[in-house]
Design a protein around this ligand. Structure first.
Ligand SMILES: CC(C)(COP(=O)(O)OP(=O)(O)OC[C@H]1O[C@@H](n2cnc3c(N)ncnc32)[C@H](O)[C@@H]1OP(=O)(O)O)[C@@H](O)C(=O)NCCC(=O)NCCS
Length: 169
């Protein structure tokens, strides 16, 4: 399998915030944003692997800014690193000012997807070759995040998390 670049999985979803998607403060529900991010990340993982993909983990979500009713919200997802069958997806969320058109970063998240066959068994995916400085930074830190996610899920012993231990030794 040929390695791929992050730009090949770039997925951009733009949509409005409607009244049925808001909380009593008239801001977007967190769960609605999680669903939009999951959809964008799933398409990015599918574009990278060209396989069936499933969400294995939501590693990190930061709801830094409330997103008001009527906002135009853009969710951008790209594969930040590919391992054997799993892919880390970085998601940036932007809102757009109605008058100026300027974009402000509202939130970000990191999801892990796994490519599977028709029986749901993990299958290999192409490697990722980062190109930009930001893509390289995200790629370099991804192994640490994978180990942290596996430790928290009880799938890796803390002693085996070599990348995490290296931070403290
Ligand atoms: C995700 C899933 C396929 C993993 O299956 P598994 O039997 O744990 O398979 P493995 O242990 O071989 O793990 C497969 C890969 O997932 C990674 N992985 C599994 N759990 C993970 C987690 N919590 N965080 C990060 N990576 C994880 C493993 O590290 C491995 O990566 P690699 O092949 O790139 O090294 C399986 O747990 C599953 O089908 N879960 C349900 C998915 C789903 O329905 N999602 C929608 C939720 S509603």
């Amino acid at each position: 399998m040929h390695p791929k670049h992050p730009s090949e999985s770039l997925t951009v979803l733009t949509d409005l915030v409607l009244p049925s998607e808001t909380n009593p403060l008239n801001n977007l529900f967190g769960g609605e944003l999680l669903a939009r991010m999951d959809r964008a990340a799933s398409i990015a993982a599918r574009r990278h692997s060209r396989r069936i993909v499933v969400t294995a983990s939501v590693n990190h979500v930061a709801f830094n800014r409330a997103i008001p009713l009527g906002s135009v919200v853009t969710v951008e997802a790209k594969v930040s690193r590919a391992f054997t069958s799993s892919m880390e997806i970085f998601i940036d969320v932007w809102i757009e000012d109605r008058e100026s058109g300027n974009r402000t970063k509202a939130n970000e998240a990191i999801y892990t997807f796994v490519a599977v066959d028709e029986m749901g068994h993990p299958v290999p995916v192409p490697l990722l070759e980062p190109e930009t400085e930001l893509e390289k930074q995200r790629y370099d830190a991804a192994l640490r995040r994978k180990q942290l996610s596996l430790v928290l899920a009880g799938k890796m012993k803390p002693n085996d998390a070599t990348e995490l231990k290296a931070l403290f030794i």
